[in-house]
Design a protein around this ligand. Structure first.
Ligand code: DAH
Length: 367
């Protein structure tokens, strides 16, 4: 047997006997590493005569290939054995109960907004939105509140510093969702049938006011729209929302710069055990009227600001506090708790994520 055959036989034996990956790696280094025995053989080719090299070269290369393949084969075996050993020692008991997963809840404000979207979608309203950082043209001017208008001062507006003005317009946190009316009419023209729920901001804070709160705006623009459409829409919405057929609405003359005429909508309630329960005629003994929302026929000046011809298009609008609707429906009495992020409150008043409001199942199913 030549030296090469001996080396091959030794390598085969060593590889087969390698007990683990570390031993196998040591063997690889000893054979094929820089100082390895096969590497030395390959280097010796350089010193041979051409005839000798022609005879030895193929044998040495064949040896290297054979050893390389043997190493790879053994490595695969050892790895499979390691995995097998791990699989037999590690066990997974599938009969164990799953750990208690923390469960989130849908905030009542989100729930009420979903309920409102569902109710109004059924009446053909799309949901529109606008930026919370607004400019004073959309928030005031186009809503018929010029710079000198006293209503501007009533809104306790958070203004941005003057240098942040855009096109000479003052930037602010929107004080109501009404600017979405303007944005929708400017972008889409008429007809329009939208609601716009969202956050609004005013510098005001007590048990019933927070610097950020939620409103929902409604806007309908079409031909021949009148107050009767407004009243029917509000009545239908409130009956569906409070899930009572005996909701009675009273429209009371009021004033908003962007509507003419303007009406405030009150809802009749009954005093039951010291609590106000919505429903019934507010004029009956033991009953009263609760102010709920502002509305009216869109002022022709607002239509003009948006590029619509008031002799062709008319409409109505309304705006209502979403947090207040939630409080009335689900019985919370402190608005500030809405935004405290107190888990106990959220667990108590929150809704299950599976409780998607639908008209057929009732829009206010409790979790
Ligand atoms: N934007 C008014 C507010 O925040 C609410 C309002 C009143 C909206 C009358 C309207 C409306 O669309 O017609 O106080």
């Amino acid at each position: 047997m030549s030296d090469l055959d001996t080396l091959a036989a030794e390598a085969d034996r060593g590889i087969a006997a390698a007990a683990d990956l570390a031993a196998l790696e040591a063997l690889r280094v000893a054979l094929l590493g820089k100082q390895g025995s096969i590497s030395a053989l390959l280097k010796s080719l350089g010193a041979m005569s051409p005839e000798q090299r022609q005879a030895e070269g193929p044998r040495i290369h064949a040896l290297r290939e054979r050893v390389t393949a043997a190493l790879a084969g053994r490595k695969e075996q050892l790895e499979a054995a390691t995995l097998e050993a791990r699989l037999t020692t590690e066990t997974l008991d599938l009969t164990l109960p799953s750990p208690e997963a923390p469960r989130g809840a849908i905030h009542p404000v989100s729930q009420v907004m979903d309920e409102l979207a569902e109710i109004f979608a059924d009446m053909g309203f799309a949901v529109a939105s606008g930026p919370e950082i607004e400019d004073d043209w959309h928030n005031f001017t186009a809503l018929n509140m010029p710079e000198t208008h006293p209503a501007r001062a009533m809104h306790d507006t958070f203004y941005f510093p003057d240098q942040m003005a855009s096109d000479g317009r003052k930037m602010l946190l929107r004080t109501h969702t009404s600017p979405v009316q303007i944005r929708t009419m400017v972008a889409d023209g008429a007809p329009v049938r939208i609601i716009a729920p969202g956050r609004v901001y005013r510098s005001d804070s007590d048990a019933t006011h927070t610097p950020m709160f939620h409103q929902i705006e409604g806007l309908v623009i079409d031909r021949g729209i009148h107050l009767g459409h407004l009243k029917w829409t509000l009545e239908t919405f409130l009956k569906a929302f409070f899930e009572r057929d005996d909701i009675v609405l009273r429209l009371r003359p009021s004033y908003f710069p962007f509507t003419e005429p303007s009406v405030e909508a009150d809802v009749g309630y009954a005093e039951v055990g010291g609590r106000r329960v919505l429903g019934g005629d507010g004029n009956a003994p033991g009953h009263g009227w609760m102010e709920l929302l502002g509305s009216g026929m869109v002022n022709p000046r607002v239509l003009e600001f948006c590029g619509l011809d008031p002799s062709e298009w008319q409409g109505f609008a309304f705006g209502v506090g979403v947090d207040r609707l939630a409080m009335l429906k689900y019985g919370m009495d402190d608005l500030r708790a809405f935004f405290d992020g107190d888990l106990r409150w959220l667990r108590h008043y929150g809704f299950s994520a599976l409780d998607v409001p639908t008209l057929s199942a009732g829009v206010g199913v409790r979790a």
